[in-house]
Design a protein around this ligand. Structure first.
Ligand SMILES: NC(=O)C1=CN([C@@H]2O[C@H](COP(=O)(O)OP(=O)(O)OC[C@H]3O[C@@H](n4cnc5c(N)ncnc54)[C@H](OP(=O)(O)O)[C@@H]3O)[C@@H](O)[C@H]2O)C=CC1
Ligand SMILES: CC(=O)C(=O)O
Ligand SMILES: [Mg+2]
Length: 763
């Protein structure tokens, strides 16, 4: 299994092994539950549980609406499946559907800050399924049904909608329909068509397909121009084989009997069936400027490459994230539920669905502002055939879609809570998302557009080889594996890794023609620092960090990554022998701490032991510069154990002095201090206790008074606080090098390689 790819169309960016490792490493699966209240003392326990908990119990019994105030209900959605139509993989059962359902739950959180839990119900019987779910209403603010096959899904959803007073939404039906409708509105406009005369064929007549047809008809698409097909061919009036009432409702008056016949001259084709269902001949037979939405997952009915080979006038969309125009319900369900939950809607009705589709279509037509261009591969997309729909990482989705949904809910009387100021609501929504996701996306995409050669200095290690493969497979550039060929190849074979791929190069230091150049270069640097020529020869021949650093220094590689086999400071010392500080800069380490939907840059976590006031000011400037390069407007807090002079202590003097130095330098970012971490990170506390502070919000760059506090706090955050800590990232070197922590996993190494590549690019 190890090196097989998850797709056979050559477009994949992950191997099967990577997918398995991703799911199994650390805590298995993709989710955990974290308490939101302290649970440390007897008092906490008395409040959280007996006797305190009795008070909200009675309040809810008296007034059920207060469940939204005292419990998680108002922000909690269940993702429920029986696994009978998992993606396009078919009926693989409830248990096998769990990775997808956990994935949907994670997407709810990531994109719209909706808490969600997956529930897999092990029955194919619609009545049993309904009976199981109908009683779960008190636990949740909404039910997202997922990957349940047709026709049972129609019965299940409509029955649960009758029985429950919270939104019940079958994502594969309506989520898909909303996104496909949005894409269709735009594709039709771009090709000069209209809803009345356009001819559409839909292959697949299951959950997604039927809902798509229902929605576009509700939006005004001419029913006479739609032909639906399934495994038996065209669904025509009078057909009896393989029919059900939902298919019958869309049966066409036509002589066509096969998909092939139906597609002749069609303007639009929707694929909601299975991989490979469209042939090149079918696509060739369509009308000029055809609109092709091949939405089967994970592999579409036909790939964009196949279509491009036969015609250049098509608007092409798939369900995948690695092609342009991703028509996938991920663009919908997080935001639709966000809006529905925020008005405590009793259902998600047609008006809300249409509002979501229109808002999505409108968003693609808007000019893309600078901060949003970042999410689009560094290119500013312009409304057109390659951009008919926003990407899932578009940060505007969170402030646009829920507002449209909430508004429609209020207008149609299904909202149980009115939102007064929708502009204010939109601003609150924006604050729910941390920009880290789009930042990382942007970073990768920029490198992809301008691929870099990264030398992996410890390439005999298995996890380094895997990282190198992932680096190239993601289209980030060339991976240079440094090490002895025989050892690398033997280790690769033992681990089942295939290194014979494009853009993987192995460089053996002993056999390299560049050795003499590196020795000359390094000897010139070190000869007055106690190194003999012989010492330098030994370093270049035998030490991978020195050889790799020389490669980068002399332009034989763009960037380097090391650190898995040696401790950080040793690796850094090796690198600094070969690479200088960038003129006018200072080398520091910055750790990115990602926790609870916010990202904070912590410095210096790697280099300066006991920084002076001047050092601290430099560290602040370097860290603020990095934050800006990552797309954040820096708000720098100079941290100490005291806040603005209290308690008095000489250790805070240098921190105060650093602020004065920065003021004198007229830096262009917000900075204040000294302050304690709780004040820096809590804007409310900052404003209420120290109203004179100059930071306009909670700090996002924390400059630590010394390396021990930096190191201790980031490590504690990681171990105790559950934060994700990336780095330390090295900043201020004249060439791009990143050092991972010892024993780093392949996913960490490839992230560091991407960051090194990004930093080398002057992006
Ligand atoms: N991009 C997106 O956001 C989404 C994509 N999808 C994709 O849509 C597809 C269907 O999912 P869903 O509706 O939930 O599943 P269902 O099981 O409810 O429906 C599947 C339908 O596809 C038909 N079908 C299967 N194979 C073929 C074929 N080779 N030719 C014609 N028809 C075929 C079936 O025909 P029959 O009735 O004769 O059995 C059935 O009507 C999947 O690939 C899924 O990944 C689904 C949801 C969202
Ligand atoms: C995207 C999705 O929900 C599916 O393919 O089933
Ligand atoms: Mg699905």
């Amino acid at each position: 299994m190890s090196d097989k790819t998850t797709s056979t169309n050559g477009k994949t960016s992950v191997t099967d092994q990577e997918a398995l490792d991703f799911h199994s490493q650390g805590r298995p699966g993709k989710l955990e539950i974290t308490p939101t209240k302290p649970m440390a003392t007897q008092r906490d326990l008395s409040l959280a549980y007996s006797p305190g908990v009795a008070v909200p119990v009675k309040a809810i019994a008296e007034n059920p609406d207060t469940a939204y105030d005292y419990t998680t209900r108002g922000n909690m959605v269940a993702v429920i499946s029986n696994g009978t139509a998992i993606l396009g993989l078919g009926n693989l059962g409830a248990l096998a559907s769990k990775p997808v359902m956990e994935g949907k739950s994670v997407l709810f959180k990531r994109f719209a800050d909706v808490d969600s839990i997956d529930l897999e119900v092990d029955t194919e019987d619609a009545d049993e399924f309904i009976n199981c779910v109908r009683y779960l209403g008190p636990s949740f603010g909404g039910i997202n049904l997922e990957d349940i096959k047709a026709p049972e899904c129609f019965i299940i959803e409509s029955r649960l909608r009758e029985l429950m007073d919270i939104p019940v939404f079958h994502d594969d039906q309506h989520g898909t329909a909303i996104i496909a409708a949005a894409g269709l509105i735009n594709a039709i406009a771009l090709t000069g068509r209209d809803f009345n005369t356009t001819k559409l064929v839909c292959n697949g007549a299951g959950a997604a397909a039927i809902a798509c047809m229902d929605l576009i008809k509700a939006m005004g698409f001419n029913p006479a121009n739609i032909i639906l097909c399934d495994t038996k061919g065209v669904i025509y009036q009078g057909r009896t084989e393989g029919m059900n009432q939902w298919k019958s409702a869309h049966a066409a008056k036509t002589d066509n009997r096969t998909l092939e016949e139906a597609m002749k001259g069609a303007d639009v084709v929707f694929g909601l069936s299975q991989k490979g269902a469209f042939t090149e001949d079918m696509i060739r037979s369509m009308a000029p400027k055809p609109i092709i939405f091949a939405m089967a997952n994970p592999d579409p009915e036909i790939t964009p490459e196949e279509v491009a080979r036969i015609r250049d006038d098509a608007i092409m969309a798939t369900g995948r994230s690695d092609y342009p125009n991703q028509v996938n319900n991920v663009l919908g369900f997080p935001y639709i539920f966000r809006g529905a939950l925020d008005v405590r809607a009793s259902q998600i009705n047609d008006a809300m669905k249409i509002a979501a589709a229109k808002a999505l279509a409108d968003l693609a037509r808007e000019d893309v502002p600078d901060d949003v261009a970042a999410a689009y591969q560094g290119v500013r997309p312009r409304f057109g055939p390659q951009y008919i729909i926003p990407v899932p990482f578009d940060p505007r989705l969170i402030s646009a879609i829920p507002v449209a949904v909430a508004k429609a809910a209020m207008e149609t009387g299904v909202a149980r809570r009115e939102l007064g100021d929708l502009e204010e609501y939109s601003r609150e929504l924006s604050a729910r998302r941390d920009p880290m996701a789009s930042t990382t996306q942007r970073l990768y995409e920029r490198v992809r557009r301008s691929p870099r050669r990264v030398v992996f200095a410890e390439a005999e290690e298995e996890q380094v080889m895997r990282a190198a493969i992932s680096y190239t497979a993601q289209g980030l550039g060339t991976a240079i594996l440094l090490g002895r060929d025989d050892i690398i190849r033997a280790n690769a074979e033992r681990a089942g890794i295939d290194l014979d791929r494009p853009n993987i190069k192995i460089t053996n230091a002993r056999l390299s023609a560049r050795v003499d150049a590196y020795i000359d270069y390094l000897y010139a640097r070190l000869q007055r620092q106690g190194f003999l020529l012989r010492d330098v020869q030994r370093l270049v021949h035998n030490d991978r960090n020195h050889f790799a650093s020389c490669m980068v220094a002399l332009g034989d590689a763009d960037a380097m990554v090391t650190g898995t086999t040696r401790n950080y400071s040793t690796a850094l010392e090796d690198v600094r022998r070969c690479i200088s500080t960038k003129p006018g800069h200072r080398v520091i380490g910055v750790s990115l701490v990602v926790s609870r939907n916010r990202t904070v840059f912590v410095a210096d976590t790697a280099v300066h032991d006991m920084p002076s006031a001047e050092d601290l000011a430099d560290i602040a400037e370097e860290a603020a510069g990095l934050a800006r390069r990552f797309g954040y407007e820096p708000r720098v807090a100079m941290l100490a154990y005291s806040t603005f002079g209290h308690p008095v202590g000489e250790r805070s003097d240098k921190v105060r002095e650093a602020v004065r130095i920065l003021d004198k330098r007229n830096v262009t970012f917000e900075v204040d201090g000294e302050m304690a971490a709780d004040v820096a990170l809590n804007h409310h506390k900052m404003q209420s206790q120290y109203p004179f502070t100059r930071l306009s919000g909670a700090a996002n760059v924390l400059v630590m008074p010394a390396i021990h506090s930096a190191s201790i706090s980031t490590k504690m955050l990681q171990e105790l606080g559950g934060a994700t800590v990336i780095g330390p990232l090295l900043v201020g070197l004249d060439k791009s090098v990143q050092i991972t922590s010892m024993g780093a996993k392949d996913s960490d190494i490839v992230n560091m390689a991407a960051i090194a590549a990004y930093n080398s690019g002057g992006f």
